[in-house]
Design a binder for this molecule. Structure first.
Ligand code: C2E
Ligand code: MG
Ligand code: MG
Ligand code: MG
Length: 278
């Protein structure tokens, strides 16, 4: 009887594993189709000068218009793309789409300052990346400073030699780097010194509870002091309330991003918020 129970249970698990695996493989297949077949779309979220309300940059955030499941957010598919080896292709699509959009805005006399694209670690270490970026800038007639690459802290630490090559190549090209989600990874002074990013973005988990949470206030101030000393611009992520805005402004953190200003929105909607060139 025990043996039979065991066998039944095993068959039950096996069926579940099969189902999960099949679902996963289906998602990978669909994602490949999505990347090639126009189902991906970028939404843009402004990075605002909180003192004036002027849009200083926009961040491109990918979404998947799934044929049956509706609009999917990166949390539902970026990891799958990473694990299935499709992340470079997705990244290449994102870069192309963002540069094309920026060039379209410019031709319409609207200018968001610069466009920021999130790249995964493995794509960043790809030695062909600098060449791809160089080409993109040429094709879309962008100034290198109009494109920012956002990296999370762990990205560069994970393979510093390949990453260093990319960092130097991008620096030579004049493309700017921003450290995303600052404070959540292995932040270190050495890392900032190495990367010398143009910007660092304070993760929204540190912004959420200011000014009420004393520790978070101290942390935000410390990051601002550090960045200032190293001549790095700071963006506060996840600003949702007027109280947060005021606190950050009081700490001289003028660049802010969050739902208080705008959620990520389609390119057409964002264009309405942009000031006329220059
Ligand atoms: P991230 O780069 O840190 O982007 C910020 C995320 O915070 C976005 O989520 C944005 O919608 C959300 N957010 C912005 N303001 C607020 C706010 O005030 N409150 C709250 N609660 N959330 C806010 P999203 O679009 O779901 O993207 C999640 C992550 O997925 C991004 O984090 C980024 O790491 C990654 N991602 C997005 N697009 C791409 C892409 O094209 N390629 C790669 N490799 N990763 C991407
Ligand atoms: Mg980002
Ligand atoms: Mg972030
Ligand atoms: Mg984040």
């Amino acid at each position: 009887q025990a043996k039979q129970d065991g066998r039944a249970r095993y068959a039950f698990y096996e069926a579940h594993l099969d189902a999960a695996l099949a679902e996963r493989m289906e998602l990978e297949r669909e994602l490949a189709e999505a990347i090639r077949g126009n189902q991906l779309v970028l939404h843009y979220q402004p990075i605002v000068d909180a003192a004036t309300g002027v849009v200083r940059a926009v961040e491109a955030l990918v979404r998947w218009q799934h044929p049956t499941r509706g609009l999917l957010y990166p949390g539902a598919f970026i990891q799958v793309a990473e694990e299935s080896g499709q992340i470079r292709e997705l990244g290449a699509w994102t870069l192309e789409a963002a540069c094309q959009q920026l060039s379209r805005w410019k031709s319409q006399g609207r200018h968001p300052g610069s466009v920021a694209v999130n790249l995964s670690a493995s794509h960043f270490r790809d030695q062909r990346l600098p060449e791809q970026l160089h080409e993109l800038i040429q094709v879309h007639a962008l100034a290198p400073g109009e494109l920012t690459i956002e990296l999370t802290e762990s990205t560069v630490m994970s393979d510093s030699e390949a990453s260093m090559k990319t960092i130097h190549a991008l620096r030579d090209l004049g493309i700017e780097l921003a450290v995303d989600d600052f404070g959540t990874g292995y932040s270190s002074l050495a890392y900032l010194k190495l990367l010398r990013p143009k910007k660092l973005k304070i993760d929204r988990s540190f912004v959420r509870d200011v000014p009420g949470d004393h520790d978070d206030c101290v942390l935000v101030r410390a990051v601002l002091g550090l960045a200032h000393a190293l001549d790095i611009e700071v963006v506060a992520e996840g600003v949702e309330t007027e109280v947060q805005r005021q606190f950050l402004l009081g700490e001289a953190c003028t660049l802010q991003q969050g739902y208080l200003y705008s959620k990520p929105i389609p390119a057409h909607d964002l264009a309405l918020r942009l000031n006329a060139w220059p």
